[in-house]
Design a protein around this ligand. Structure first.
Ligand code: DX5
Ligand code: ZN
Length: 218
């Protein structure tokens, strides 16, 4: 059985004290820190960029899982690598040259991920499987935290899990993950769970450990 990784999304953290929020979820049992980068172009919202990631990097030693919802992406990959990303995930829909973007991430010595929006079929990544370490299945339309989980994505998770066979690729789910659907996504084949609002709700760091534990237990 695969070890489940829980990656709180700091999109739902209090941006006025991002460093402390990261330290708090680290202490609370987060495995990775999920960083959502949005450009107001690929997705209809703007979050933060490489300089913010660089500034918060010293607050934990855990893996920085950087989800780039930006287009174009290639001109910025190096900046995110230098800012301290460990995993760099690009969207299959962000441009015509996914294979090139993945090669660029690998050449910088970082782990490479591909994300699929809800309407994108798993066939989009069939020919890049040997370049990636992670597949991120969006279980909401990217752009905002706090949206409801899209049930149709369960079947896509299943198909991806069977498509990757015995390759060492993690299957991550992102969007609307709570204690109520964690078991279903894991049963379908997800081994890495992003959670924003379910971890940070209320922005009371006293609750983070309980919130993370509840998802893990589920
Ligand atoms: C959405 C982001 C997600 C989001 C998850 O575009 O990629 O990571 O922050 O937040 P919740 O868990 O609140 O849906
Ligand atoms: Zn994300």
């Amino acid at each position: 059985t695969r070890e489940i990784i829980i990656a709180p999304s700091i999109l739902a953290a209090n941006f006025a004290r991002l460093g402390e929020e990261i330290a708090a979820v680290d202490t609370a049992g987060a495995d990775w820190i999920h960083c959502d980068v949005m450009d107001g172009h690929f997705v209809p919202n703007i979050s933060f960029g490489a300089d913010v990631i660089k500034a918060i990097r010293p607050f934990t030693r855990k893996t920085f899982d950087v989800h780039l919802m930006i287009a174009p992406v290639d001109p910025y990959i190096e900046a995110f690598a230098k800012a301290g990303a460990d995993i760099i995930t690009v969207h299959a829909e962000a441009g015509p040259h996914l294979d090139r973007s993945l090669q660029a991430i690998g050449a910088l010595g970082k782990k490479a991920g591909v994300s699929l929006c809800p309407a994108t079929p798993e066939a989009a990544i069939e020919y890049v499987l040997d370049r990636i370490d992670l597949i991120l299945v969006m279980t909401v339309n990217p752009g905002f935290g706090g949206q409801s989980f899209l049930d149709a994505q369960i079947e896509k998770i299943r198909r991806i899990r069977s498509m990757i066979g015995d390759r060492p690729i993690r299957v991550e789910v992102d969007g609307g993950i709570t204690c109520d659907n964690a078991a279903a996504v894991a049963a379908a084949g997800a081994d890495t769970l992003v959670a924003g609002s379910a971890v940070f709700r209320g922005n009371d760091s006293a609750d983070y450990a309980r919130n993370i534990a509840a998802i893990r237990l589920a």
